[in-house]
Design a protein around this ligand. Structure first.
Ligand SMILES: Cc1ncc(COP(=O)(O)O)c(C=O)c1O
Length: 370
């Protein structure tokens, strides 16, 4: 039998062994940006749905008996909400990204992707074995250089980015990338995991208002929406093709209908309570004042440390002071860029941010300099 102990030892020696830890301390690490995970209206929606007899499990694939009214209601609602022809609901964002890439991209196609794209997208690409071009992070010229290279007849172009990068918090130039997709006859896939609910004029993400004829936007539902799942927004043909060919969609039990009910309710709350986004914006501005040496582009604030073990030690010291701040190490981030990832959300007070900033200044003044 294969022995995994040496591999665990290797990770330990590198300072990269992880273990599970229950939440403790002031939350600077969850993605519950709008505080919806504990929203009373979501609890009420769950109770009402259960009292009205909703089934707990879908008991089958969407293509068999697992397709329920709650899924259909959510997808119709989401298509209107995101202004796209159709939406398709998946159990989670990882599965949705993997399904998109393994279904839509062929072996002879070319995918130009940002160097910091999420593991779910990279795993999808790896499974396809297509030609890929990894482009320097957020470098629009590098994207264009890669796209303009001659390609064989019959090979199609895809561009792959996140709207707000999960570990760096900076924003992709999605409008310009959509223009490049138009210019070079490609399809742009934007993972809105960290834009959904928080960015765009009304919280629909960085792609808000953009047409979906050359765009697929993927809205995960486990971060700002406070539930779980993912909505793929695209044109009719693409959604029909996913339903017919996406193996993770076909060969898997449909998400719980209750999950669909709650995601729909969460989308309504984002719309009905814009004050949550305003509160988040105020916290971001406050964090920028407290951490003047750190570029704060979104609700995700990376503090680059470099060494894995230093990042782990610093996170441990902050945790001991009551702050739930986690170290992020490779492979989640590139080698040599271990960091503390601070997540801002409406459950924090300005005082929480001030106290964390003081604690960090005391522990690591150099990491907080511009
Ligand atoms: C950018 C990005 N895409 C996709 C995912 C996966 O989404 P989910 O947590 O719904 O599986 C994540 C979550 O870590 C993410 O940060």
């Amino acid at each position: 039998m294969k022995n995994f102990a040496p591999e665990l030892d290797r990770l330990k020696a590198l300072g990269r062994q992880r273990s599970l830890r229950l939440p403790a301390g002031i939350d600077f690490s969850s993605n519950d940006y709008l505080g919806l995970a504990n929203h009373p209206a979501l609890r009420a929606a769950a109770i009402e749905a259960l009292q009205n007899g909703i089934e707990i499990g879908a008991a089958g694939s969407r293509l068999l008996r697992g397709h329920r009214q709650a899924h259909e209601d959510l997808e119709n609602f989401a298509a209107a909400y995101y202004g796209c022809p159709r939406a398709l609901f998946f159990a989670n964002g990882f599965m949705a990204n993997y399904a998109l890439l393994t279904t839509l991209v062929g072996r002879h196609d070319i995918v130009v992707y940002d160097a910091l794209c999420h593991a779910s997208m990279r795993d999808g690409l790896h499974a396809v074995g297509c030609r890929t071009v990894k482009v320097m992070h957020n470098d629009l010229n590098a994207f264009e250089e890669a796209l303009k290279k001659p390609r064989a007849a019959g090979s199609h172009l895809f561009i792959l980015v996140e709207s707000i990068y999960s570990m760096d918090g900076d924003v992709a130039p999605v409008r310009d990338l959509l223009d490049l997709a138009e210019k070079y006859d490609g399809l742009l896939i934007v993972d809105e995991a960290h834009g959904t609910g928080v960015s765009g004029p009304t919280g629909r993400g960085e792609t808000e208002g953009m047409p979906h004829d050359r765009l697929i936007s993927l809205h995960t539902c486990g971060k700002a929406l406070g539930v779980s799942g993912a909505l793929v927004c695209a044109g009719n043909e693409i959604i029909d093709y996913l339903i017919n060919a996406a193996r993770p969609f076909i060969y898997s039990t449909a998400p719980m209908p209750l999950q669909a009910v709650l995601v729909k309710r969460a989308l309504e709350i984002v719309c009905d309570e814009p004050e949550r986004r305003a509160q988040l914006a105020a916290l971001k501005a406050h964090a920028a004042k407290c951490l003047p040496g750190i570029a704060i582009n979104s609700q995700i604030v990376p503090i680059i440390i470099g060494e894995d073990s230093t990042a782990v030690t610093l996170a441990g010291k902050l945790q001991a002071q009551g702050f739930d701040i986690r170290a992020i190490r490779p492979p989640a981030v590139p080698e040599g860029t271990a960091r503390l990832r601070l997540s801002l959300h409406v459950g924090l007070t300005p005082e929480d941010i001030e106290r964390a900033a003081v604690a960090m200044h005391d522990l690591m003044p150099q990491a907080l300099c511009a």
